[in-house]
Design a protein around this ligand. Structure first.
Ligand code: HEC
Ligand code: HEC
Ligand code: HEC
Ligand code: HEC
Ligand code: HEC
Length: 322
């Protein structure tokens, strides 16, 4: 009744003293069509007991939301994902920069999935098959969409790359964690193909947490985590999964670094900031020399071509043809 009012919100001051608006409006139609459209508001906002309410706490995604899992009537919860995340590289709390670690809401929003699913499933409408047996269209539609949505790939490879790159291409953040910056992914073979819309090549998750090998985005490990998909013992299997590089050899899987530009800020290199600056300066210089070389060579050819054309014209004129 209240949150239905478009524009509902308050003005507050942020840390710098600027006025910012916090929006309390919830679009009912979009909310109902979202992942969580069937969860009651108080299923997540559990401390809201009275109306009006103040000081509502942040939502804890690992609490149970008063829904039942129809497969065994247990209380439904995302505890398993929270536990997995806590044990993964993204859950290593206690460091100096814990605020950089991704939490549920960094990677997930409450997308209105049923709307998108409806569009993409229109071409293969098996709902009609369900309706041959099941009487209620609304009921059948809900299960049909749920099943198909969950069984298909949701984020495109481009979206996954953008999601992970938000932090992993952030030089400053990665240096704080002593990690290589994943720069230039778009220049790799996989990255290029993804930019052209190819969904069959590997995105970050296909190598770091492939569902096909029983990993999940919440169970990402590092190179050093035994059992992780990028641990040296498992790299071959990761390349070979899903028929990708089915005939890959041990040599193929172990040669070189997968992420090409790690030379700039390598964790392995103990280079000091001065040395890094020097390395970058050398790279800059080589790039500059190449650029000048290319400009001079191409420029020379263009000039040569123009002079050649002029000469041909002059010759024709001399012979009285023009
Ligand atoms: C699946 C869980 C979930 C459900 C269901 C849900 N919310 Fe939320 N809501 C959140 C999360 C997460 C946030 C982000 C703030 C936070 O972390 O607590 C949020 C934020 C909000 C905010 C903004 C609060 C602020 O401080 O800016 C309002 C208002 C709100 N929800 C109202 C509602 C209403 C009304 C409903 C029911 C129609 C609802 N929510 C259902 C999870 C949920
Ligand atoms: C590093 C990013 C990241 C974080 C952090 C994260 N997730 Fe996910 N999660 C994903 C991705 C990617 C998927 C795959 C589905 C997709 O493509 O949208 C996924 C899938 C899911 C699914 C669907 C089941 C599945 O495996 O496909 C649920 C439920 C889920 N996440 C809940 C959570 C909860 C709860 C948290 C916090 C405890 C969390 N996630 C934290 C990235 C993340
Ligand atoms: C040939 C007839 C038939 C078709 C076609 C069919 N169903 Fe069913 N479905 C049934 C029967 C009968 C049951 C109940 C028996 C059972 O639980 O095994 C059932 C059970 C279900 C249930 C479990 C309900 C519960 O609460 O236990 C779901 C969900 C479901 N069907 C969804 C679908 C969807 C979605 C489609 C279309 C992709 C579909 N069905 C197509 C006959 C059919
Ligand atoms: C909100 C920022 C953020 C997002 C989004 C994020 N990460 Fe991370 N990731 C981190 C931080 C911070 C660390 C370092 C944790 C530590 O201090 O050990 C890390 C660590 C890692 C590591 C371990 C590196 C090592 O060798 O220790 C891998 C692999 C990784 N992330 C992959 C991914 C993938 C794949 C995605 C996309 C699904 C992703 N990350 C999304 C912030 C993020
Ligand atoms: C083709 C497979 C593949 C793809 C695609 C891939 N990675 Fe990796 N990644 C690896 C492997 C394997 C390693 C371990 C180091 C090595 O062997 O080169 C690694 C290492 C890492 C590390 C650790 C760096 C460190 O300091 O040790 C991070 C962080 C990371 N990847 C993030 C990402 C992100 C983000 C993406 C997507 C933009 C991505 N990866 C795409 C295979 C891949």
């Amino acid at each position: 009744m209240c949150h239905n009012l478009a524009g509902l919100g308050v003005f507050e001051k942020d840390e710098e003293g600027n006025a910012v608006k916090r929006i309390f409006y919830v679009n009912e139609k979009l909310f109902k069509a979202s992942y969580h459209g069937r969860v009651a508001c108080t299923g997540c906002h559990q401390d809201v007991k009275d109306i009006p309410h103040t000081d509502v706490k942040k939502v804890d995604c690992s609490s149970s939301c008063h829904m039942t899992d129809p497969s065994d009537n247990s209380e439904f919860t995302h505890k398993r994902m929270a536990q997995d995340l806590k044990n993964s590289v993204h859950g290593k709390k206690g460091g100096e920069h814990d605020e950089d670690l991704p939490e549920c809401k960094d990677c997930h929003n409450n997308k209105p999935y049923q709307i998108t699913v409806k569009q993409s499933l229109q071409t293969m409408n098996f709902l009609k098959v369900c309706l041959e047996c099941h009487q209620s269209e609304e009921w059948a539609e809900r299960f049909y969409e749920h099943t198909f949505y969950r069984a298909s790939i949701r984020r495109s490879s481009k979206d996954i790359v953008a999601l992970c790159s938000r932090c992993h291409a952030d030089q400053e953040m990665m240096q704080k964690h002593d990690l290589d910056v994943v720069m230039g992914f778009e220049d790799t073979f996989h990255g290029k193909a993804i930019q052209y819309g190819d969904e069959d090549v590997a995105n970050c998750l296909n190598c770091h947490a492939p569902y096909a090998m029983d990993y999940s985005p919440h169970r990402i490990g590092s190179e050093e985590t035994p059992g992780s998909a990028v641990h040296p013992d498992n790299k071959l299997a990761t390349c070979q999964q899903s028929g990708c590089h089915a005939d890959a050899t041990e040599k193929f899987a172990s040669q070189g670094k997968v992420h090409p530009s790690s030379y700039t800020f390598s964790k392995a290199s103990t280079a000091s900031n001065d040395e890094r600056e020097f390395q970058q300066w050398v790279i800059y210089l080589i790039t500059l020399v190449y650029k000048i070389l290319i400009a001079v060579i191409v420029g020379f050819f263009v000039l040569h071509r123009i002079l050649d054309l002029l000469a041909a014209r002059r010759e024709k004129k001399r012979l009285g043809e023009v």
